[in-house]
Design a protein around this ligand. Structure first.
Ligand SMILES: [Zn+2]
Length: 515
């Protein structure tokens, strides 16, 4: 046996992933995901872009203080202000990394930066050196590397390593590369950059052509030692290299690549579900590794083979990636310990106070429905993860009347601080529309509904209804989620959830303006 090389898994779900439209997360949600990533076994967590907003700064600081077991990384442009701010947020981390980036392709140099090649190299070196002054783990990314002229890319990478970069990350920022091309870019660096042995080569591939995982594999084959990826492949536009796919490709085909990762693959499905429910970005059914149908054999001939010998049609076992056969059922008599245990195996790390609230809600739900499934529990916990700020709106009561040939009528009482506001309206083309209009009237926040989805959180007719919606407010997309055994109530809760996210974001923006 040769020595299998371990590939560093750099997760950027909380930075690149969060840039997916409508996927912004609050601090509690980010902390949950960070803890889950440590359980999963990722090596580096890119927690945010600290200078981008006060919210990002706070998230990176809190994750640095509270999450142990992985290197915490913050992104910065090659400017003093960015790097200082990044370090300020990272300084309490058990292990910290500063990630500086600067675009290097001709098109970015000419149109975005208006800088020539020498200026680019000087700026990159300056940025890396400033970061090295703070911490010895520094990553440098020449943005749009895949479209940068090979000679210049080699020159920039050499200069960054000389300046002290310990990881050089090669991003295919626009998702333009193909596997053979990406492999060649990495091989060129290995062959032509004289000091390349002093740094780890990393790749960051976008999925615009559906090739992010294939491109990352090609990079590994040619000498890359780190892969940047996200859970469920979320990220800008078509997203990033999907963590679960690249990890299982390396694990399943270790015979060919002779590389592996430290990922605990049985945590893949729970982490995927956590990220999906926190971000509201659903996983397609046929998604490799974590999709609901990923291991479902429909064709009779397959089923026959599977029964005789699973390996005839199965290259991985469902349990290896964390699918469990049974949904554990909790009921009225289940205690707090059982609930805590189940929450933990679903990937949540609830503080005592949160657990207390979830348990109270669980008891209430157990009175309404006999069997509480994982989906119910997830829905209850998700509601607790959403910290309700003082300025938030909450539901006091509602009533809806609708019927054939009748104008829908909605009466809504909302609480804001210690003030209750009631409005009654009979308008709209249905009770949902009427609920939207009434909420807008009370809160004064205009909402354009872009997507509206209702699904049963679990099995059975008494299942909780989960409403997820995307609304646009002042050109930005926000999501809302509400859960109840009553679908109309779930809708009203989802609308309020979106309203509160808007209130919080607007707050954040005005604070950012003060800087
Ligand atoms: Zn990216």
């Amino acid at each position: 046996m040769t020595d299998t090389q371990t590939i560093t898994i750099f997760d950027t779900t909380l930075r690149d992933g969060e840039q997916s439209p409508g996927a912004s997360m609050n601090l509690t949600e980010k902390l949950e995901i960070a803890h889950a990533l440590v359980d999963l076994g990722v090596d580096v967590i890119e927690a945010g872009f600290p200078i981008a907003s006060p919210g990002d700064f706070e998230a990176v600081s809190e994750i640095s203080k509270r999450v142990q077991g992985a290197t915490i990384c913050g992104l910065a442009r090659c400017s003093d202000g960015d790097i200082d701010r990044a370090w300020e947020s990272l300084k309490e981390a058990e292990r910290a990394r500063i990630h500086v980036f600067l675009a290097t392709s001709a098109i970015h140099r000419q149109f975005k930066l208006k800088m020539d090649k020498d200026e680019i190299i000087a700026r990159a070196v300056g940025g890396v050196k400033r970061a090295v002054g703070y911490c010895d783990d520094v990553e440098f990314s020449p943005e749009d590397a895949a479209r940068t002229e090979p000679d210049f890319l080699c020159a920039v990478v050499k200069a960054a390593i000389d300046a002290g970069a310990t990881t050089v990350n090669i991003p295919d920022t626009v998702g333009y590369a193909t596997p053979a091309h990406m492999g060649k870019v990495i091989k060129t660096l290995v062959d032509r950059v004289p000091n390349i042995d002093r740094a780890v080569i990393s790749v960051h591939c976008h999925n615009d052509l559906g090739l992010a995982v294939a491109n990352s594999l090609a990079a590994v084959e040619n000498g890359a030692g780190q892969i940047e990826c996200t859970i469920n492949g979320i990220g800008e536009r078509a997203g990033n290299c999907s963590l679960e796919e690249i990890v299982m490709a390396l694990r399943t085909r270790r015979d060919y690549y002779d590389h592996d990762t430290r990922i605990n693959t049985q945590r893949l499905v729970p982490t995927s579900r956590l990220v999906s429910s926190v971000t509201g970005l659903q996983v397609q059914r046929n998604k490799a590794i974590v999709g609901r149908n990923a291991f479902a054999h429909e064709a009779g001939i397959h089923q026959d083979g599977m029964l005789k010998e699973p390996t005839t049609y199965e290259i991985m076992r469902p349990k290896d990636v964390g699918f469990t056969k049974t949904d554990l059922v909790l009921g009225k008599h289940s205690g707090r310990a059982a609930l805590a245990d189940r929450a933990r195996s679903l990937g949540y790390h609830l503080a005592d106070e949160q657990l207390k609230t979830v348990f109270a809600e669980f008891k209430k739900l157990a009175d309404k429905k006999k069997e509480i499934y994982d989906g119910d529990l997830t829905a209850l916990i998700e509601q607790q993860l959403y910290d309700v700020p003082d300025e938030a709106w909450s539901l006091v009561s509602f009533s809806v009347q609708s019927g054939t040939g009748e104008q829908p009528r909605v009466r809504l009482t909302l609480r804001h601080g210690d003030r209750d506001v009631t409005e009654e309206m009979s308008t709209g083309d249905g009770p949902i529309d009427a609920a939207f209009l009434t909420t807008e009237k009370i809160t004064g926040i205009k909402l354009l509904c872009k997507d509206f989805r209702v699904r049963a959180a679990t099995l059975g007719r008494d299942a909780q209804g989960e409403v997820t919606l995307d609304v646009e407010h002042e050109g930005k997309l926000h999501r809302g989620r509400g859960v109840s055994t009553d679908t109309v109530e779930a809708t009203v809760k989802a609308i309020l959830n979106a309203v509160n996210r808007i209130v919080m974001t607007t707050e954040g923006t005005s604070r950012a303006g003060d800087r």
